[in-house]
Ligand binder design. Structure first.
Ligand SMILES: [Zn+2]
Length: 241
């Protein structure tokens, strides 16, 4: 998911500001190999490859992505793609990125919620979101099961829907059966914000966006949301005074 990181101080990790120095990636299938030939690795250091993120309105975001075989997962092309997705997610920054978001209709998503993304959240906000750091990992061909009703609402954003955010109700507890980047079976049991990230990213693999399930009256720009939050904080301070 692209849960917002820079605005995640208020919303969480599914979207983020746009990265800099993006490559000339066009978002068309197959084009992601091109940056590798231009110097993904040099003798001196590994150079991040930043792909263009497809935005809402691009049909690839509405397709049900296809699953991969274990042999495909272990192929050089898929391993390169996973590396580029990791670089692109970190550059955005975001806490998740699904392959359709970079123009590949494949059942792959990368996830990472770094502790440094939490610095602007208060302990109370972290607690209510049940948000804890999550190490980088890859989910492929995921099957998700909700362990609780989808009735916990927080603001979400998405790297494919820039500048906007809205309240989305998600289940606080899920189990995901999937393959990892080595083609090995994994079962993930997640709660809180991590469960939200998984639901958001797996929705992408099914051609769904958070706007399909948001509370529509809460849709706002990140800028306006921050203004509202600021006014709300001032009012609360005035009450305390
Ligand atoms: Zn997203």
């Amino acid at each position: 998911m692209c849960v917002t990181v820079r605005c995640s101080n208020r919303s969480g990790p599914l979207s983020g500001s746009r990265g800099r120095n993006r490559s000339a990636y066009t978002g068309n299938a197959g084009d992601w190999q091109k940056p590798a030939r231009r110097g993904f690795e040099t003798r001196e250091r590994v150079v991040p490859v930043i792909l263009k993120i497809c935005e809402v309105g691009n049909p690839v975001l509405r397709k049900v992505a296809r699953s991969l075989s274990s042999d495909e997962i272990r192929s050089k092309d898929t391993q390169s793609l996973i590396g580029y997705m990791r670089d692109t997610m970190r550059d955005a920054p975001g806490v998740g990125l699904a392959a359709p978001q970079i123009g590949e209709s494949l059942q792959i998503a990368v996830i990472e919620d770094k502790a440094e993304y939490h610095k602007t959240l208060t302990p109370e906000q972290l607690h209510e979101r049940q948000r804890v750091p999550v190490d980088f990992h890859v989910i492929i061909n995921p099957q998700i099961e909700l362990f609780a009703p989808a009735d916990l609402s927080f603001y979400e954003g998405c790297l494919s829907i820039p500048r906007l955010m809205a309240m989305v109700a998600r289940s606080p507890s899920v189990r995901v059966a999937c393959l990892d980047e080595h083609g090995e079976q994994r079962v993930i049991e997640a709660t809180g914000w991590y469960a939200r990230i998984l639901q958001h990213e797996i929705d992408h693999l099914q051609g769904r966006l958070y706007t399909d399930v948001m509370q529509p009256e809460t849709l706002t720009t990140i800028e306006n949301h921050q203004k509202q939050t600021s006014v709300s904080n001032q009012s609360s301070q005035q009450k305390e005074l």
